[in-house]
Design a protein around this ligand. Structure first.
Ligand code: NAD
Length: 352
């Protein structure tokens, strides 16, 4: 197949880990006889330095016209001034909006020889393999009204958690579809005992579940989910939840695997190019040293092969090669190893 992939390496370790993923994608291209065209654009701090904005219209247009977008990370101390008019994260928000991606998928897996890197006891990690599907464009981060007013010397701040049935239906449906290709279990997380938006969430989820009779569905309150993620994480398969709950739970779940450097993500909409990126930031403390863990970005490119390019065999090949590399103990410092980015990447290439 032919695919047009836009690369947004960004700042800090972003360019280092994206370069590693491109090496793996090029190996897949050769091995499986595909043609991938890579085009590079700026996002984040580097774009602010060159163009004064975190994402130019032409970079966004290139992404919209692509089959898929692979992003590294944005940000760093140079652009951290909270009073600055333009901040690197603005580019990310503009990109997600411009691509219409409403679902963020984050898998979390525990690898047997990395249990020492996790804060949980090894026996708790056996069988942990889940995907959290987080709603990305609705909920309290975007709901209106939002803002502050001061009346009689009392300042009040308001945020609004709002969802439409359609916004809920499309993400829950995506979670059920995903569960169909996995362990066939969906846990829908809400706060239906208190929030009206959660009661609508639960109602729509029950409607969607009727279309998937072979998939087990359970509702769980977000406070219970936060507890069960650390007390019994292996019970989860696909977790679907609204934006803010997902924001918090995905970071909690990420800790299980041992390092942020390991974890990929995919942001998907209905049609259009998907956005693939590791969950970590630009890691300015290690940028330029060649020691960043490339696995989160390499696994993000496997997600790209699976979800945007529909190349399941190729995606599985990348994931299997990463597992072999982890099992061989070729690890970067964040996982207690001594290997650098290049050595880990070359080990993955040799396992392909
Ligand atoms: P971070 O994820 O960049 O780093 C946290 C810690 O994890 C650091 O010690 C870092 O060295 C380590 N780490 C992260 N990725 C690693 C990897 N691949 N290999 C080895 N170690 C890794 O988070 P932070 O320090 O809070 O933020 C740094 C900058 O990144 C900030 O400017 C922040 O705004 C930005 N950020 C960007 C994104 C994004 O682009 N999506 C996400 C989070 C943070």
């Amino acid at each position: 197949m032919q695919a047009n992939i836009v690369l947004l390496p960004g700042d800090g370790i972003g360019p280092e880990v994206v370069a590693a993923a491109v090496r793996v994608l090029k190996a897949i291209e050769t091995k499986f006889g595909h043609t991938f065209t890579f085009t590079e654009e700026l996002i984040g701090g580097c774009s602010i330095d060159k163009h004064g904005v975190a994402l130019t219209d032409s970079a966004l247009k290139a992404c919209q016209a692509a089959d898929a977008v692979l992003l590294g990370a944005v940000g760093g101390p140079k652009w951290d001034d909270p009073t600055a008019k333009e901040r690197p994260e603005k580019g990310l928000l503009a990109l997600r909006k411009g691509l219409g991606v409403f679902a963020n998928l984050r898998p979390v897996k525990a690898y047997p020889n990395l249990t020492d890197a996790s804060p949980l006891r090894p026996e708790k990690l056996t069988g942990v393999d889940m995907v959290v599907v987080r709603e990305l464009t609705g909920g309290v981060y975007f709901g209106e009204p939002k803002g502050r007013d001061t009346v009689n010397g009392v300042t009040r701040a308001v945020d609004t958690m709002a969802y439409t049935d359609e916004e809920i239906r499309r993400i829950v449906d995506m979670a059920f579809k995903l569960a169909g290709g996995r362990k066939k279990k969906v846990t829908s997380v809400d706060k239906a005992n208190v929030l009206e938006s959660s009661r609508l969430w639960r109602q729509v989820t029950a409607e969607v579940a009727k279309n998937y009779p072979d998939i087990k569905m359970e509702n769980m309150l977000v406070d219970t989910a936060a507890m069960r993620l650390v007390s019994n994480p292996a019970e989860f398969d696909v977790v679907v939840t609204e934006n803010m709950f997902g924001d918090i739970l995905t970071d909690e779940a990420a800790v299980l695997s041992g390092s942020m450097g390991l974890l990929p993500s995919a942001s998907l909409g209905s049609g259009g190019p998907g956005l693939y990126e590791p969950i970590h930031g630009s890691a300015p403390d290690i940028a330029g040293k060649g020691i960043a863990n490339p696995i989160g970005t390499i696994l993000s490119s496997a997600f790209m092969l699976r979800y945007s390019l529909k190349l399941e065999k190729e995606a599985a090949a990348v994931e299997a090669a990463v597992e072999k590399t982890i099992a061989s103990g070729t690890l970067t410092a964040d996982l207690g190893g001594k290997a650098n980015t290049k050595e880990v990447t070359e080990s993955i290439l040799s396992n392909l």
